[in-house]
Design a protein around this ligand. Structure first.
Ligand code: PMV
Length: 304
C-alpha cells in the first residue's frame, strides 16, 4: 500500500510574540520534537484520522478541505498522526497543518515549495482561528532559527548552530486565540499604549537578531527578560510565569521570558552549561516542569 510520511518540528518563540500578529518581526527557533503524519488512501468513502496524541482535529480537517479545494482532488485519505510535542504549547496546530498538507501534496505528486506550502498552511490557520501571524508555520517548514516578518511573511534563516535554551512548562494551558483576543481588546481600549509596546518589542527583535548570530548570550538574555516585561504590560503573563522567570534569573540564567501566547504554557530561559542544574532545581522547586528540548532542529522532512 502506498503511503507517505512527513514530520514537522515544534517551536519556541525567542522574541516578538503578539507584536508579530500586528506585522512586526519575531525570532523563533524550531525544536527537536516532531509531529509525524502518515497518509495513505482511504477506500471507505470518507477520511479517517487516527491521532491519539492530538486533541483538536480542526486543523487536520481544514487542511484536507483546503487541499481538496485548491487542487480539485476528490479522493479520501487515511491519516495516522504521532506527536512528540506534548501539550506544552510547542506548536501542535502548526506542525500538524504543515505536515498534513505536505504529506497530501507528496502523495498526489504535487511539488509544493516552502513558500507555496506556507501560503496554503496559512490559509488553513486563518480559516480555523482567524487571527495568527503564521510564524509557527514558517518555523515548522524552514527549521533552525528564523527571523520572521509579520507583515510580509518573509523568512530569514539565521546563522545559528546552538542556543543555550531551556524550556519549562508552567502547568497551565490557555488557547492561543484567547490571548490574541485579549491583546486585541486591550489595543481597542488603549491603542497608543499597546502600539508603543509593540514598537519597543520590535526594537528588541532587531537587536536580538545580531545577538543570536553573534552568540552574545548575555545581551540576548537581557533582551528576553525585557521582552517578558513588555508582555507583562500587555497582560498576557501570569503570576506563575512571572515567578518562573524571576526564579530562573535568580538561579543564574542570562535571561528568561514566557514563550508563545502566554496565559500559561512555556517559560524559556537562556542558561550557561554551568548553571543548568542550578536553574533546573530552582524552577522545579517552585513547580515548573522541565521540557526536554533543544534548538537547531531540522525543518519539515519527508521520511523514507
Ligand atoms: O501560543 P503560541 O505558541 O501558538 O504562540 C502564539 C504567538 C502569538 O504571537 C501570540 C500569535 C501568533 O500567531 O503570532
Amino acid at each position: 500500500m502506498k503511503q507517505i510520511t512527513v514530520s514537522a518540528p515544534g517551536k519556541l518563540m525567542l522574541l516578538g510574540e503578539h507584536a508579530v500578529v500586528y506585522g512586526y518581526p519575531c525570532i523563533v527557533a524550531a525544536v527537536n520534537k516532531y509531529l509525524t503524519v502518515t497518509i495513505s488512501r482511504s477506500c471507505r468513502g470518507k477520511d479517517r484520522i487516527n491521532a491519539l496524541e492530538v486533541a483538536d482535529f480542526s486543523f487536520v480537517k481544514e487542511s484536507l478541505k483546503v487541499f481538496r479545494h485548491e487542487f480539485s482532488i476528490k479522493d479520501f485519505f487515511s491519516l495516522r498522526i504521532k506527536s512528540e510535542l506534548g501539550n506544552f504549547g510547542l506548536g501542535t496546530s502548526s506542525a500538524v497543518t504543515v505536515a498534513t498538507l505536505k504529506a497530501l501534496a507528496e502523495f498526489n505528486h504535487l511539488n509544493l515549495d516552502k513558500k507555496e506550502l506556507f501560503n496554503l498552511s496559512y490559509k488553513v490557520i486563518q480559516n480555523v482561528q482567524r487571527l495568527g501571524s503564521g510564524f509557527d508555520l514558517a518555523t515548522s517548514i524552514w527549521g533552525g532559527t528564523i527571523y520572521f516578518e509579520g507583515k510580509t511573511k518573509k523568512v530569514e534563516s539565521l546563522h545559528q548552530k546552538f542556543l543555550p535554551i531551556m524550556a519549562f512548562f508552567s502547568g497551565q494551558k490557555v488557547k492561543t486565540i484567547e490571548m490574541v483576543e485579549k491583546v486585541a481588546q486591550l489595543k481597542k481600549r488603549n491603542s497608543k499604549f499597546v502600539e508603543d509596546i509593540f514598537r519597543k518589542i520590535a526594537k528588541l527583535v532587531e537587536e536580538g537578531r545580531d545577538t543570536v548570530e553573534g552568540c552574545d548570550w548575555v545581551t540576548l538574555g537581557k533582551l528576553m527578560t525585557q521582552n517578558h516585561l513588555f508582555l507583562t504590560q500587555l497582560q498576557v503573563s501570569t503570576p506563575k510565569l512571572d515567578q518562573l522567570v524571576e526564579t530562573a534569573i535568580k538561579a543564574g540564567a542570562y535571561g528568561a521570558k514566557l514563550s508563545g501566547a502566554g496565559g500559561g504554557d512555556c517559560m524559556i530561559a537562556l542558561v550557561s552549561r554551568k548553571n543548568k542544574k542550578k536553574v533546573t532545581s530552582a524552577i522545579e522547586k517552585v513547580g515548573g516542569k522541565i521540557i526536554d528540548v533543544a534548538t537547531n532542529a531540522q525543518g519539515l522532512r519527508i521520511e523514507l
